[in-house]
Write a protein that binds this ligand. Structure first.
Ligand SMILES: *Cc1c(COP(=O)(O)O)cnc(C)c1O
Length: 424
């Protein structure tokens, strides 16, 4: 075997970076050793284009069993009637849903990226904004909250073929029932993209989209704490699931359209090593211990949010219902970009983020986003969270002072020194 010390040295370097720092990127998490082992298994050698029992390659008996288990566990976890576990990522999952139910040139209505939405919800720099005509809803300037009457007004004006409910930087619960009323009123298809809060939704800490939305997509690696990838699901078979446009829709037809859109529509061979790892992650999430984990994620987030507010930070919408929060730094006289880079110097990782009605560019931004899924996996509890906020505050107030940043870095490394990287 050819030794590749260069790459393995770098992998070890990255493992060390993850171990010694405080990880506050809201979309990241730490998977179990089992998930990691499945990702690095011999399943990566196997071609399996098609679906269980309907493959275009021989020798798929074993991966058929694995993929079938992954599908069954995903359905059980979310109470879905149908699941497709093949999307390589959340973006691929969304691309496939659009491909299944829209024609090029059709109209999308999504959550504005600069208000907390995602690139794939119609952004002009993304395929979703190039292939489809997009319009957006956002949050109210004063409250930082979605206003469903406004969304209905926009939907009536834009007459979208599809509405997307879901976001990457919105800290509040989403009312999918209201979204469905809006979609029905304008005859639109309704997609829920629960990529961020799916772990909280699976454990019923937030509203459930499954009874209200025609299709639900998610990533599997954020709050769900599984392998990096995507998932598409369909809930109950409605009498008239497509409002005006698809009068004859039913679960069988819809699931066939999604299957065809993923393969051969958007992807080639599925990543069976990742599908095995997804199955393991779903199994872990079905366990009661995952309920306790999610409860701690949510409690840690609300503690963090309250600590920031008590230190004079401006939290968008003034609170959080989920695992994340968005902070508007304009009253602290620092940009998101500068805050992010000062924090990295102290081994605290987070990402700069646009805030609603931001006057700065996406490269600078006025905000920063924090989330608790990863640090909760590392075992941080509410008393630690208070220390974490104190450290962040110190960094932000002294972002030009290298010696203070070094001091905080030592405290960070000390705090993380006896925290295992893997979840139990
Ligand atoms: C993260 C995210 C995605 C995309 O996931 P990738 O796996 O990075 O492609 C899609 N939608 C939302 C709302 C997300 O937060």
């Amino acid at each position: 075997m050819i030794q590749d010390n260069k790459i393995f040295d770098l992998i070890n370097k990255e493992r060390k970076r993850q171990t010694v720092g405080i990880e506050l990127i809201a979309s990241e998490n730490f998977v179990s050793e089992n998930v990691l082992n499945a990702c690095g298994s011999v399943l990566t050698n196997k071609y399996a284009e098609g679906y269980p029992e309907k493959r275009y390659y021989g020798g798929c008996e074993v991966v058929d069993e694995i993929e079938t288990l992954a599908i069954e566990r995903a359905k059980k976890l979310f109470g879905a009637e149908y699941a497709n576990v093949q999307p390589h990522s959340g973006s691929q999952a969304n691309a496939s849903v659009f491909h299944a139910f829209l024609n090029p040139g059709d109209k999308l209505l999504g959550f504005d990226l600069s208000h907390g939405g995602h690139l794939t919800h119609g952004s002009s720099v993304n395929f979703s904004g190039k292939i489809y005509k997009s319009s957006f809803y956002g949050v109210e300037r004063e409250s930082g909250l979605l206003n469903y009457e406004n969304i209905l007004k926009i939907a009536k004006k834009e007459k979208p073929n599809m509405i997307i409910a879901g976001a990457s930087a919105y800290s509040r619960d989403i009312n999918f029932e209201k979204f469905r009323e809006i979609a029905d009123e304008v005859g639109a298809f309704l997609l829920a993209d629960i990529s961020h809060p799916s772990g909280l939704i699976a454990k019923k800490f937030l509203s459930d989209p499954m009874p209200h939305c025609h299709v639900v997509t998610t990533t599997t690696h954020k709050t769900l704490r599984g392998a990096r990838g995507g998932l598409i699901m369909i809930g109950k078979d409605y009498e008239n699931p497509f409002g005006l446009k698809f009068k004859n829709g039913n679960l069988k037809m819809m699931s066939k359209l999604v299957d065809l859109a993923v393969f051969p529509g958007n992807q080639g061979g599925p990543l069976e090593h990742v599908i095995a790892a997804k199955a393991i992650g779903f199994g872990e999430a079905l366990d009661d211990s995952f309920y306790n984990y999610i409860e701690r994620v949510k409690n840690n987030a609300s503690t963090m949010c309250n600590e920031f507010i008590s230190r004079g930070y401006n939290v968008v919408s003034n609170g959080t219902d989920n695992h994340l929060m968005l902070i508007d730094l304009r009253n602290k006289n620092i940009t998101g970009k500068d805050a992010e880079s000062a924090l990295v110097k102290a081994d605290i990782t987070a990402n700069k983020n646009m805030v609603p009605y931001d006057d700065k560019s996406p490269f600078i931004t006025s905000g920063i986003r924090f989330g608790t899924p990863a640090i909760t996996t590392r075992g941080l509890v509410e008393s630690d969270i208070k220390n974490v906020v104190e450290m962040i505050d110190k960094v932000i107030l002294n972002h030009d002072n290298e010696s203070v940043l070094n001091e905080v870095k030592k405290d960070v490394n000390q705090m993380m020194s006896d925290r295992p990287l893997f979840n139990p």
